[in-house]
Write a protein that binds this ligand. Sequence first.
Ligand code: M6R
Length: 608
Amino acid sequence: MCGIVGIAGTRDVAPVLMEALRRLEYRGYDSAGIATLVDGVIERRRASGKLNKLDVVLKQTPLAGHTGIGHTRWATHGTPTEANAHPHSTARVAIVHNGIIENFRELKAELVAKGHSFESQTDSEVAAHLVSQYLDDGLAPGEAAKTAVARLTGAYSIAMIFKGHEGLLVGARKGSPLALGFGETESYLGSDAFALAPFTNRVAYLEEGDVAVIQGIDVAIFDAAGRPANREIKITTASAAIVEKAGHSHFMAKEIHEQPVVIGHTLAHYLDPAGPSVRRLGVGLRPALASATRLTISACGTAYYAGMVGKYWFEKLARLAVEIDVASELRYRDPVYPEHGAALFITQSGETADTLAALRDAKAQGQTTIAIVNVPESSIAREADINLPTYAGPEIGVASTKAFTCQLAALASFAIAAGVARGHLTAEDEKSLCASLLETPRHIAELLKQEAQIKAVAEKVAKARDVLYLGRGPSYPLALEGALKLKEISYIHAEGYAAGEMKHGPIALIEEDVPIIVIAPHDQYFEKTISNMQEVMARGGKVLLISDAKGVHMAGKTWASITVPTTNAFITPLLYAVPVQLLAYFAALARGTDVDQPRNLAKSVTVE
Ligand code: M6R
């Protein structure tokens, strides 16, 4: 989603802004631009499409200037054209914006009545004109910015530069993240610490309603009520090194292959191999789990499917009642929370707008909030009462892969701890479950050796227009995840269903050219799933079965099969995620789509 960078610098900042924007590319975008002060005058360069197009524009018409802002835009209001690309500006101010200004129509009407004319279809342009109007009214830049942002409703992070004010940069945050970077001779604004990492590791995060007025290296922060505020400067762990593909053609392929290592890192945080046992959870979590009457789980997309797997684990291992909903529904549903309940939020980025809003709502309603988060300095990691980190490392591919399996590793550890704390698991049970979990990296490394066979099957799947995924029990969320993965990167229409639901409608879709991917480890659900599979095959459906050796043998002849190592049923969701990811990856390759940055998608979904 949109990426913001701003520099109050001491050198020509255009190349530096471009470097920072490159580090924000992973968020997903469809146009880009930068603006600087050239002899005190605002100048812009913008382009639709990827940063290399902006690069071409900058080579043709270079931009000088020591003060500047840059932006990668993920279109919300208006198509990804140059005219809609940020920065938006008047002669007096240029702004870059991430989020959605919900009252832009009213503000625009007011400004048009005052003689302003607009060039774009965006909601963001209104912010530039509003600030400009307050400058025209005689306010100083900092005051004009504060007065303007106080009138914006919706979510935003904004950076601004002003005509005739060298070294002045203003940033504002409400709903979307904005980090402040402190250099020796320069100051910075950025959507995340990762964008700022090559320039400084000293970072502060603006809080809701904050406005930062930066003049060179002097920074003044004001809170939502306009009072001077201090925000703690932290030493960020974000690495300045550009994340490379390490010999893989795509980040997604690299991230799939990293799974044995990063799952190992995540498990090493939670499990003591000497027991083996669960050693580490957030302070206060075990007692909260022991007495909890219900756990509410919420997340979006792939993280939500991880939560669904977690529901099976918490119910089975800890006899803990779980309510689960996607964050975009939970936040608006007026949910009934139990007194002193716990609410768990799962997210890779830690910035997903709906998940963050659902967490804030649960907190306001007295829930102990727990977050499973991959990005350690993100808003959700900072705001949750208890933070359960995953150690997937930076995930650049838009399709979530290693973050998903690391979320499962954390959830599995958490569910075992809950089972012990609630007296449903004995020390022996804990030992055996932890031992199985610790075997996961080895099994996944084994599974990855089948890449060539999975590629061959994926190339057959790639020819389909529609694909169905079926699963039961914890394999049901994997069916949903498989369908999401395939559709988001290959653009093949795919749906996931609980296998038992087939007869209630979806079976009407069975045709010879619709592959049905059945996820069925040889577990307690196997016989039932295989019966559903037979019903599909009896109607001419061609089945790709993903199972273990025994399951593949017992199921008999199918259109295709993938054999997953035989393990304790508990850990199968982590293993079966891998063929599901590889199928989507190779199907996308066969169709020639943009695997790492699929159309219309963003990595960090900071608008609702
Ligand atoms: O950063 P988050 O984990 O909160 O993101 C949630 C979803 O946007 C994300 O999982 C999305 O569904 C992925 N593109 C799926 O691969």
